[in-house]
Ligand binder design. Structure first.
Ligand code: NI
Length: 169
């Protein structure tokens, strides 16, 4: 089922997600819906908050659905190690048409559970590292505009307000 993606400034986007404790059919259905919704929107990552649910669940697929081996489900994830720096353009499905360079760690190691509750660790570099950090930020209620410089943030907020007033946001 395709879910509705909420846009900034929907308050749920700034809510920290509650840890997941039940690894049941409801969770697996929710994860399947997150993938379906993300593919429809042509995104590479989607967090629960972006469909109005403040829980620590996110999905990532850098292949946009072309390679099943790249489907990642992260439940209760955390970054356990970070190193280096990268500064590349980033977007977010809750901020249509906003793209900005954001400073992130070049490499991270994350620890997470899958949809069955099994813990795993995984390393990510470059775009995958960026996706891990962007999505885990979502689960903490942190949006990428708050990772921009104050100047870039105010320029983008002004752009959003203008689009809102034109009814096109
Ligand atoms: Ni996002």
């Amino acid at each position: 089922m395709i879910l509705k993606i909420v846009k900034y400034p929907e308050p749920v986007l700034q809510q920290a997600g509650a840890p997941v404790t039940e690894f049941d059919e409801e969770l697996r259905t929710f994860v399947a819906n997150l993938f379906e919704t993300m593919y429809k929107a042509q995104g590479i990552g989607l967090a629960a908050q972006q469909v109005g649910v403040a829980k620590r669940v996110t999905v990532i697929d850098l292949s946009l659905g072309k390679d099943p081996a790249q489907k990642l489900v992260l439940v209760n994830p955390e970054v356990v190690h970070r190193e280096g720096k990268q500064y590349e353009e980033e977007g977010c499905l809750s901020f249509p048409d906003i793209r900005e360079k954001i400073a992130r760690a070049a490499k991270v190691r994350i620890r997470a559970q899958d949809e069955n509750g099994k813990w795993f660790e995984m390393d990510g570099e470059e775009l995958l590292s960026r996706a891990f950090q962007h999505e885990i930020d979502h689960l903490d209620g942190i949006l990428f505009i708050f990772r921009m410089s104050p100047l870039k943030r105010s320029l983008n907020l002004r752009k959003i307000h203008k689009l809102q007033s034109e009814g096109t946001w």
